[in-house]
Write a protein that binds this ligand. Structure first.
Ligand code: ATP
Length: 325
């Protein structure tokens, strides 16, 4: 009896392991040009199964074009793409049955209800999630019978994400899933994305929110002008580019008409509308200098904050611009 069961179990296990060893998404030297505009200009990355991978970049960087060429919605001008080992241009139906997609420019039927829309999209997939579950995942239970044309912008966005979750698929492509959402809906969607990952899904998302990428993504690729300028775990990217810590002091606590002096242990000083930011590798030395200065000038520095560098600082360092300027 055992002898009969074991080989078939072994085969099944080998099949499962074989399936797991294929990367979820492989993109190599992907190119898409619109006339002289190099929307995607030699982009390469690999996403492993079960990962949350973020493509991060400012408006017009090439995020949507990367998504649309990766899933075969747009023909590519060069390079290779494999989704679970399949080329989306050669095997579009196989790829479509494996991915759920949320696009920024989602088209809806305005006279259908939310539930009817979910049902319609469900009919495209061989295996689908329960409609109630989809509604709950994107917080639209109370709008199930509302007509799509009556939804607010944020609700439409949540519906577009819900439609990516309708099929029981392995990979989700989410193109700026949280832009235009209020802070609470954004956090709810983060929870949903993390839950989907725990369910075993691979999630490829684009965003221009750096805090979102830092919180959600195992790895990120930063894209600018159609090219990837950094790729790795958020923590590693930050550590690679910054050894300094930032000390933020509200301007009204420190300047108040006087010039803040250069401190020996500070490597760089920045001012914005609210804060004076001091960068240092030696926090203790900077605090000692700051303490002496505050005592001399009779300043009570009540709201000083120490923060680690962020992906925003990395982007600024690599491009000289802020991501959302
Ligand atoms: P956003 O965050 O604003 O959505 P994005 O990073 O997704 O931006 P893309 O939409 O991929 O950027 O656009 C990349 C570049 O390609 C931009 O310069 C854009 O103007 C250009 N582009 C995109 N689609 C077309 C098109 N159909 N025809 C011509 N140019 C296009």
């Amino acid at each position: 009896m055992m002898g009969k069961i074991l080989p078939s179990r072994r085969c099944e296990k080998a099949r499962e392991e074989g399936a797991k060893s294929v990367s979820a998404i492989v993109v190599q030297e992907l190119r898409k040009y619109y006339g002289t505009v190099k929307a995607v200009d030699g982009v390469s990355f690999t996403v492993e199964q079960g990962e949350i991978f973020g493509l991060l970049g400012p408006n017009g960087a090439g995020k949507t074009t990367t998504v649309e060429t990766s899933i075969g919605l747009l023909p590519r001008d060069g390079g290779e793409v494999r989704i679970l080992g399949h080329d989306p241009q050669e095997e579009p139906l196989v790829v479509k049955s494996q991915v759920g997609v949320q696009l920024q420019m989602a088209q809806f039927f305005p006279r259908l209800s939310v539930l009817e829309t979910i049902r319609l999209f469900g009919s495209f997939y061989p295996r689908k999630r329960k409609e109630k579950e989809v509604l709950a995942l994107v917080g639209l239970e109370e709008k199930a019978h509302a007509l799509v044309e009556k939804l607010s912008g944020g609700q439409l966005k949540r519906l577009s994400v819900g439609l990516a979750l309708v099929g029981e698929v392995d990979i989700l492509f989410l193109d700026e899933p949280t832009s235009g959402l209020d802070p609470q809906s954004r956090r709810n969607l983060w929870e949903t994305i993390l839950w989907l990952q725990r369910e075993g899904k691979t999630i490829f998302l684009t965003t221009h929110y750096l805090d979102e990428a830092e919180k959600l993504c195992h790895r990120v690729a930063i894209i600018d002008h159609g090219r990837i300028i950094a790729l790795g775990k958020p923590k590693d990217l930050i550590a690679e580019h910054f050894v300094e810590k930032a000390i933020e002091i509200p301007l009204d606590e420190v300047e108040d008409g006087r010039e803040f002096p250069p401190l020996q242990s500070v490597t760089k000083t920045e001012r914005d509308a609210e804060n004076l930011t001091l960068y240092t590798v030696d926090l203790a030395a900077t605090f000692a200098e700051l303490g002496r200065y505050a005592e001399e000038q009779k300043l009570s520095l009540r709201n000083v904050v120490v923060r680690e560098a962020t992906l925003e600082d990395v982007f600024l360092k690599l491009t000289g611009r802020r991501i959302r300027d």
